[in-house]
Design a protein around this ligand. Structure first.
Ligand code: PLP
Length: 363
């Protein structure tokens, strides 16, 4: 037997989806679409695509390890210093880097249950201990998270908005929480879905990190910007924190095409606004269709939401698969009656509703 560390042996890997073509072959169907991974249903901005095309001939060279131009543009847009930014290979890398710089074996990271699966995988990968606090009414239980702190706690990982429920922590709740968090406990505020939030009482961690050197804000190009396949995201934090993250990251962690595309995408505000408008409009339409089918849903501040099928969800999930609609079963999240769907294009959403109606009628 290989002598790998105990915590790695016990790890359950992140469940990868099958390629669409493979699934279609297995199920004997011709068409399918995925409303499962909270990606954007739209292709990237044409500006991002041409920036990548122009850069294709340069990939014989290593990428710019400092992400200079992308960092420069982000610093300007966010009103932060160069030294407050680290570019990463998707938020997943930021989460792993934090675990790497903070945790010795047995150290704890407090998080909600359920939340983004990568948090506990990253912590265990570093021989740390994820300490899980059940949600309260589908939201982060901030009192519960504080009560779970111990001498071994090195960080709290919070996604705001929260995946899989789509709920937010308000600005007031957040500043109250940060004020009570010990200064030597790091707070990751993962704002992967921050762009989609419409509620006025949402406040980004960007408002907090200056006064709180223990706060790290995570943002990504994977969701609203439609660049999930490129793997590019960033962290904003105190210069001290960034300097530690920079010590452990790979020198060329963000590839050339990703840097060029992200920079171009930041210059296409219209694309972003169109995407956000589509998601908001279609989410509203899906809500009413779900109601019409006699089901419940949890209203969400993101591009995904939970549907309460009021029956065991797995058979419905399977039947939808055979109709070529891939959604996310919430059984492994401890919500056996729920599915999570990502808002798709108008056409995809209509096909999903039609398929769901058929499945419910048949079952
Ligand atoms: C999708 C998602 C991310 C994005 O991860 P990337 O690695 O940037 O693609 C981060 N956090 C949460 C909670 C997510 O659901």
């Amino acid at each position: 037997m290989l002598k790998v560390s105990e915590s790695i042996r016990e790890l359950v890997p992140y469940p990868p989806g099958k390629p669409k073509e493979e699934l279609q072959r297995e199920l004997g169907i011709e068409k399918s679409f995925k409303l499962a991974s909270n990606e954007s249903p739209l292709p990237p901005s044409p500006r991002a695509i041409s920036a990548m095309m122009e850069a294709l001939g340069e990939v014989n060279r290593y990428p710019d390890g400092s992400c200079y131009y992308l960092k420069e543009r982000l610093a300007e847009l966010l009103g932060v210093a160069f030294g407050n930014l680290v570019l990463v290979n998707g938020s997943n890398e930021l989460i792993q880097l934090l675990a790497a710089i903070l945790l010795a074996p047995g150290d704890e990271v407090v998080m909600s249950e359920p939340t983004f699966l990568m948090y506990s995988i990253a912590v265990r990968g570093q021989s740390g201990v994820p300490v899980k606090v059940p949600q309260r009414e589908n939201r982060h239980d901030l009192e519960g998270l504080l009560a779970a702190l111990s001498d071994r706690t090195r960080a709290v990982f919070i996604d705001n908005p929260l995946n899989p429920t789509g709920q937010i922590i308000s600005g007031d709740e957040l500043s109250g929480f940060v004020a009570r968090l010990p200064e030597d406990v790091v707070l990751l505020l993962d704002e992967a879905y921050g762009d989609f939030v419409e509620r006025e009482d949402f406040v980004s961690g960007l408002e907090l990190f200056r006064d709180h050197p223990n706060v790290v804000v995570g943002r990504t190009f994977s969701k609203a910007y439609g660049l999930a396949g490129l793997r590019v995201a960033y962290g904003v934090a105190s210069e001290e924190m960034i300097s530690y993250l920079d010590r452990v990251r790979q020198p060329f962690n963000v590839n050339t095409l990703a840097q060029k595309a992200a920079l171009a995408a930041l210059g296409d505000q219209e694309y972003l606004e169109n995407t956000l408008a589509l998601i908001s409009r279609e989410k509203g339409r899906l809500y009413s269709e779900i109601e019409r089918l006699g089901l419940d849903y949890i209203p969400s501040e993101t591009n995904f939401f939970l549907i309460d099928l009021k029956r065991e969800a797995d058979p419905v999930f399977d039947a939808l698969l055979y109709k070529g609609v891939i959604v996310r079963s919430m059984k492994s999240y401890g919500l056996p009656d729920y599915i999570r769907i990502t808002v798709g294009t108008e056409e995809e959403n209509s096909s999903f509703i039609a398929a769901l109606a058929e499945v419910l009628e048949a079952g």
